[in-house]
Ligand binder design. Structure first.
Ligand SMILES: [Zn+2]
Length: 640
């Protein structure tokens, strides 16, 4: 009887929760899921083993959902064990979904299935059917790709490129071995594909962002970026945000969440950053990988020198006893705690942020070129929004080399310029489009010649003779132009010579900008603040906020006058926030402090149109720390 009432009450509560758009679990703005790989799930048949560990996790981070994996590395969890685990979680009100990792041996250079061998195809299908029979939602972890180059695959490839062959092969596998068979055994099943963080190279191993997201019911995003320098992928921190937004643009409304693991970090802030950058992108769910990894002890060596100075992540704060719902307190023990600490922190303000906005940048499906460059641009304080379709209507468009994969790209650039809308392209795209029509817009030349530089000038202050220096030398490609046909807005000095850094050419009713990208994209961070400020001015001219300052400080802008500014530098940094003059105040959303700014008068130059007035706010950021602001207008005097 009591049980019956409890169930009804629970049902009503669930309905209320849904109607007020809060989540059933602990946090207001997102759900937290934990992914349990097959080897962990296999131990869950032991109720004591599971209960001890689950209690340990949920004392430190609030969890709404568990993914129970059925297969990884040729190992399959039996049905009875899964049934026991499922019962355990459901009795605690935890949402349960299935998971599959299509690997033969992860430790053998990520050995995936071979999708040309009949026996392995049959196995892949069988795993999908087995899992769909047990769950109404199934997610595929990172590995639904193929890197097999066995003789069977070489023969099947024929004259296609590996990318073409594998994209076609995996499209077929998605339909005929995974989604089709899963739906045949369980028509209700929701099939979700999680894509990893190496989006620039997907086609090489058969991931297909064009067709696959339509075959699957949902997609999911690997927002794990780990250490940007020492890890072999060298993924920049900004990607944890950008990739979620990109995949949201690939399948609007169909991107279920972000996914972060505990691997390859040198200080704990890096783990927390990955979690909160995913949330800054407004992901509705975050998956913590994995059940076993978040049970590992908190490593003391992940303390950073700057902890204790008021940074966003503070080791001692994180280690403080946690107050539980029943009033008791417990000491943090495992990696579940830094996750809980980071997520609690951002949950306090995420609801106040609107929809993320950024400079539209176009990356055609299956394209590559200037790999992952958008993340470096994001790290320079320029909000990026990556799209798989050409943003014809956007006020500003930024194009990197990957845009060359669209054969009509030059016509699309021209059409925008004729319509009065500017475009910025990189030196890499310029080089790729030489002889393919770009010279019809402006005659520039770029070859293999390089210049070495550390001195920069802006044309607008040439008379003042200001030279801005980078900390060390940078190697850049040399762009050559025809005098008085196009113009250097920013240039660099190399001996007694000089080359464009930001170049522009008028065409029809607007302007084409060319941005010189150093040979090593990481050298973008060496561009002096004054150089970056002018690049930001051009790109973000329509934004209500602009960053003024050095690189490795990112800006996250939302459509409701709120924004976040985050530093990835290891020392404190002073930046200026340049805000539309219709705002006179900035409010720190976390502390509720009010900041007042300084008005900047407009100074029309060279007879051009006057720039709108701006209000400037000076702000300091601690190492690896962020601040959240809302722009506020002057309070109007009420007239009655
Ligand atoms: Zn093969």
């Amino acid at each position: 009887m009591h049980k019956h009432i409890a169930r009804i009450v629970l049902g009503v509560l669930t309905l209320m929760a849904l109607s007020s758009t809060t989540f059933a679990g602990g946090y207001k703005n997102f759900k937290v899921a934990v992914y349990a790989p097959a080897r962990d799930v296999n131990q869950m048949g032991d109720a004591n083993w599971l209960e001890t560990r689950w209690n340990e996790i949920t004392r430190q981070v609030k969890v709404d959902k568990i993914y129970l994996e059925t297969h990884r590395d040729s190992f399959v969890v039996d049905e009875q064990t899964i049934a026991k685990a499922r019962k355990f979680f459901e009795s605690r009100g935890i949402e349960v979904a299935g998971g599959i990792t299509y690997t033969i041996a992860e430790s053998n250079r990520f050995q995936t299935f071979c999708y040309t061998k009949p026996e392995q195809r049959a196995k892949a299908k069988e795993i999908a059917e087995y899992t769909a029979r047990l769950f109404d939602e199934v997610i595929l972890d990172d590995f639904f790709f193929t890197n097999c180059k066995c003789e069977s695959c070489i023969k099947a490839k024929g004259n296609s490129s590996w990318s073409e062959f594998r994209v076609e092969l995996m499209k077929g596998a998605a339909k005929n071995l995974v989604v089709g068979p899963a739906k045949a055994v369980n028509p209700k099943v929701k099939m979700v594909i999680k894509y990893p963080n190496w989006y620039e190279h997907f086609q090489g191993c058969g991931f297909d962002l064009e067709v696959e997201p339509k075959i699957f019911d949902g997609i999911y995003t690997g927002t794990e970026t780990r250490d940007p320098v020492y890890r072999d992928q060298h993924l920049q921190q900004y990607e944890s945000y950008l990739i979620y937004r990109y995949f949201e643009n690939v399948k609007p409304g169909g991107n279920g969440g972000g996914w972060v693991d505990t691997f390859d970090i040198r200080y704990m802030d890096r783990y927390a950053e990955q979690l909160w950058l995913t949330m800054f992108a407004k992901a509705p769910e975050i998956t913590l990988f994995s059940f076993g990894l978040i049970l590992r002890p908190i490593p003391e060596e992940l303390r950073a020198d700057w902890h204790g100075t008021g940074t966003s992540f503070d080791f001692n704060e994180m280690m403080k006893p946690i107050k539980l719902a029943d009033g008791t307190t417990v000491q943090p023990t495992t990696m579940a705690r830094p996750a809980g600490y980071a997520l609690e922190q951002v949950d306090r303000f995420l609801g106040k942020l609107g929809k993320p906005i950024g400079i539209k940048s176009y990356k055609p499906y299956h394209s590559t070129g200037e790999d992952f460059l958008h993340n470096y641009i994001g790290m320079c304080g320029i909000p990026m929004d990556l799209l798989p379709e050409f943003p014809a209507e956007a006020n500003m468009v930024f194009l990197t080399e990957s845009a060359k994969f669209d054969e009509a790209i030059v016509q699309k650039i021209k059409a925008r310029l004729i319509a009065g809308k500017p475009v910025m392209i990189t030196s890499g795209l310029l080089k790729a489009l030489q002889g393919k029509g770009i010279e019809d817009i402006v005659e520039l030349r770029i070859g293999d010649e390089k210049a070495v530089t550390k001195q920069f000038l802006r044309r607008r202050d040439l008379r003042g003779g200001n030279v801005y220096e980078s900390k060390s030398e940078i190697v850049i490609p040399e762009i050559k132009y025809l005098t008085n046909d196009s113009w250097e807005d920013i240039l660099c000095l190399a001996g007694s010579n000089g080359y464009p850094i930001l170049h522009s050419a008028d065409y029809a009713n607007s302007r084409l900008y060319v941005l010189t990208i150093p040979d090593n994209y990481g050298d973008l961070y060496k561009y002096p603040a004054e150089v970056l400020n002018q690049i930001r001015e051009v790109l973000t001219r329509d934004f209500y906020v602009r960053l003024d300052g050095p690189s490795q400080v990112a800006l996250f802008v939302y459509d409701n006058d709120t924004f976040i500014v985050e530093s990835f530098l290891p020392e404190p940094v002073d930046v200026k926030l340049v805000i539309d003059s219709r705002f006179s105040k900035l409010r720190d959303v976390v502390s509720n402090d009010e900041l007042s700014g300084e008005a900047l008068a407009s100074q029309p130059r060279g007879g051009g149109p006057a720039a709108p007035e701006k209000t400037i706010f000076s702000v300091q950021l601690k190492p690896d720390s962020y601040r959240v602001f809302k722009c506020e207008q002057p309070v109007a005097t009420a007239i009655r």
